[in-house]
Design a protein around this ligand. Structure first.
Ligand SMILES: *Cc1c(COP(=O)(O)O)cnc(C)c1O
Length: 402
């Protein structure tokens, strides 16, 4: 999808991302089993925003399409690629929902394609006007967002009771309310879920207010759980779950893992889908006393065999990893020496290889007995793994492996 963007394509000697189709399928099965264990069946949906959490939408979409019931996107443009794929491959049409912002023109395009939208603010009055003018063949199916305490999109139960959605009463020719959703503010960072419980109460009040004031199509699809709530808050499972980070085999947080142990009595296994590998550009000896990288922040105490790797902060390898991270070569940890540069890092391979032949390093993922976790890299870079993976360069080559 990103081919042909002048100036952003990678060279031949460049790092690449490996996506494990098997790990992805295992994670879907694990999450589906969890989501249905307290009653069901429920719909399981994949969140593909942020270029599929940096994994690559073009590669991930064909893999998850047959496995899940719903596909969630931030942008209408990304959502429309689902219908393109379905037509090209003769696939059945999936439920697709845009959870992000859109303008009137985009709303019309979604209605034409049978893609659903989230109604979460007052701008929808203008969108109704535009839909009437454009007269799509079928009404746009919308999910009303209830703001239950995140302070982002949505209407509070009070706003719904006081008539802020009353314009929907006269808009049934162009808008059909088919769902209601909300989003948690504080499920990942805690092991006790009082705030989430209070959000659930507000959600149910919002649901009643909506049914009392606006014509809706029953049964409304109710959905609130992202990964953390799907894993540790059974009450939040409702009719559909929107799983993002866990689909890619990453736990939302350490606290969520701990909560799973408490709530479920076990920790379900999630398998990381992504590995990031890089061929060497140069392998060579530097004599004792040599400086390495910008700022001369590292000096070799002894003669050191180094590998120069053609990857840097442009590709999404954070500069904050300077002097902190390691990569894996032949299953051995090799420290990053000196600063991360725009297009290069230099690593110590003295003990990982016997000569100066080209090698391949693993920047993230499994190699031998060692696994370099996205969480570890994120912690070293003073961020979270959500940010680390979504910032992986869109230009990187992505390869699906079994
Ligand atoms: C990002 C997002 C999700 C998925 O969150 P994860 O923690 O990655 O599972 C679900 N719902 C909404 C509204 C989101 O913005």
């Amino acid at each position: 999808m990103h081919e042909g963007i002048v100036g952003a394509t990678g060279g031949k000697v460049a790092s690449w991302l490996e996506l494990s189709a098997g790990a992805l399928a295992t994670n879907v099965a694990t999450l589906r089993a969890l989501s249905t264990e307290t009653g069901g069946p429920r719909a399981l949906g994949a969140v593909l925003k942020g270029n599929a959490y940096g994994h690559g939408l073009a590669q991930v979409l064909p893999l998850v399409h047959p496995l899940v019931d719903v596909l969630y996107f931030i942008t209408p443009g990304d959502a429309l690629t689902v219908r393109t794929l379905e037509r090209a491959r003769g696939l059945p049409s999936r439920q697709v929902l845009v959870i992000g912002a859109m303008d009137a023109e985009e709303a019309v395009a979604l209605a034409h394609e049978g893609i659903e939208a989230v109604l979460g603010d007052g701008s929808w009055r203008d969108i109704v006007t535009e839909l009437r003018r454009a007269k799509p063949a079928r009404p746009l199916r919308v999910h009303v967002h209830v703001d239950t305490g995140l302070g982002r999109e949505g209407f509070t139960p009070g706003q719904i009771s006081h008539g802020e959605l009353d314009f929907l009463r006269d808009a049934t020719d162009v808008l059909q309310v088919v769902g209601v959703l909300s989003h948690f503010a504080n499920t990942e960072d805690v092991t006790e879920q009082q705030y989430a419980e209070s959000q659930l109460d507000v959600f149910e009040a919002g649901l009643s207010a909506l049914r009392a004031s606006v014509p809706v199509q029953e049964p409304l699809q109710r959905h609130m759980a992202a990964s953390a709530a799907t894993l540790v808050l059974p009450r939040a499972r409702y009719d559909a779950q929107r799983v993002g980070i866990s689909l890619y085999g990453l736990w939302p947080s350490v606290e969520t893992r701990l909560s799973a142990r408490l709530v479920l009595g076990r920790v379900p296994e999630l398998k990381p889908v992504l590995s990031w590998r890089c061929p060497s550009q140069i392998v060579k000896w530097l004599p004792a006393g040599s400086y390495i990288g910008y700022g001369c922040t590292y000096r070799c105490a002894d003669a050191t065999r180094v590998a120069v790797l053609p990857v840097g902060y442009f590709d999404g390898y954070p500069r904050l990893l300077s002097g902190k991270a390691h990569v894996l070569v032949n299953g051995r940890r090799c420290p990053v020496l000196g600063r991360v540069m725009m297009n290069h890092i230099i690593v110590d391979v003295t003990h990982a290889t016997r000569d100066e032949r080209p090698l391949t390093a693993t920047l993230l993922g499994q190699e031998g007995d060692e696994h370099l976790h996205a969480e570890a890299l994120a912690t070293w870079a003073q961020t979270i793994h959500y940010e680390l993976v979504t910032r992986l360069g869109a230009h990187l080559r992505r390869v699906v492996v079994p």
